[in-house]
Design a protein around this ligand. Structure first.
Ligand code: PMP
Length: 307
């Protein structure tokens, strides 16, 4: 069960967690148009915490609305402030933050013009999304029988609730078959992304990840690419097949929730030795050093706050 906090920011006001309710005719509940974000905050030291890459998440939250022809009644600065305030109001030193925008009730049918756009921001403590053991030792993944949406069927650059129907089908299939997570291929059969993560492989010291064509532009993905370049690890944004994944030396998933989770098996094939290899370990270490403020090189990625 989710670890509840006290307050949720809703349309500019803080209300009690249990009172943050919507009408059953909320338009987005019926038709899936609800842009959202997943953001993490980490404790830096006893007196300070920081949100990781807040501006980039706020930008993507607005990009999602732009793609969907939705307008928010708030500015980027107001949303960024509200996110920090939600953490402070709930005295959360570390946790996961979920801003969501949705079209409210009023009219029904697909095309509505006057239904209000609401925004809510919740935050709660959330540990390793794919488990502590997964973070350390890697997870078992299954390639989904469902493919990622065609780029002209769903707008992959928009993080919208409805797009997750595809992810949930894939995730359920893999979980019910006994795996931890799933990877979806694109319509041409190349590796696209996880249900809520981007995918990386390591082969002969080179890091490869699918190009942004048909996937969500992950902020963790962007972070990893920058860190790899700083460490002189060659990075290729290039398509690869599922069998290239099978014979990789290492592989991992990246995402705000999943952080950097090594993959130890895909479709019952061990990846490399079955243990996180050096490039994965290095990237994982650099990532955690930065988000927790131990590495001072990317302070610009941290938005500090006190609770
Ligand atoms: N792909 C999908 C489908 C996702 O849901 C996520 C999580 N937001 C990601 C990739 C990773 O994105 P990020 O690193 O920005 O969390």
């Amino acid at each position: 069960m989710i670890q509840k906090t006290q307050y949720i920011w809703m349309d500019g006001k803080f209300i009690k967690w249990d009172d943050a309710k919507v009408h059953v005719l909320t338009h987005s509940l019926h038709y899936g148009v609800a842009p959202f974000e997943g953001i993490r905050a980490y404790e830096i030291d006893k007196s300070r915490s920081a949100v990781f890459r807040l501006d980039k998440h706020v930008d993507r939250f607005f990009d999602s609305a732009h793609i969907m022809l939705m307008e928010y009644p708030y500015t980027r600065e107001e949303i960024a402030d509200a996110i920090i305030q939600t953490l402070q109001k709930n005295k959360l030193k570390a946790g996961y933050i979920r801003p969501i925008a949705f079209v409210g009730d009023g009219d029904m049918g697909l095309y509505v013009e006057n239904n209000p756009v609401h925004i809510a921001i919740a935050a709660w403590p959330w540990g390793a999304y794919l488990g502590e053991d997964g973070l350390k030792n890697g997870i078992r993944v299954k390639i989904s029988s469902y493919i990622r949406y065609n780029v002209n069927a769903a707008m992959s650059k928009a993080k919208i609730s409805g797009h997750y129907v595809n992810s949930i089908l894939a995730k359920k299939e893999s979980k019910l078959a006994g795996y931890d997570e799933t990877i979806l291929l694109d319509e041409e059969g190349y590796v696209a992304e996880g249900s809520g993560e981007n995918v990386f492989i390591v082969k002969n010291g080179v890091l490869k990840t699918p190009p942004l064509t048909s996937i969500l532009p992950g902020i963790t993905r962007d972070t990893i690419i920058q860190l790899a370049k700083e460490n002189r690890i060659p990075v290729e944004e290039i398509r690869f097949t599922r069998d290239e994944l099978y014979i990789a030396d290492g592989a991992f998933l990246s995402g705000t929730a999943a952080e950097i989770t090594p993959i130890r098996e895909v479709d019952d094939r061990k990846i490399g030795t079955g243990k996180p290899e050096p490039v994965t370990q290095l990237i994982q270490k650099r990532f955690f050093d930065i988000v927790k403020g131990r590495d001072k090189r990317h302070k610009d990625w941290l938005s500090y706050y006190k609770v």
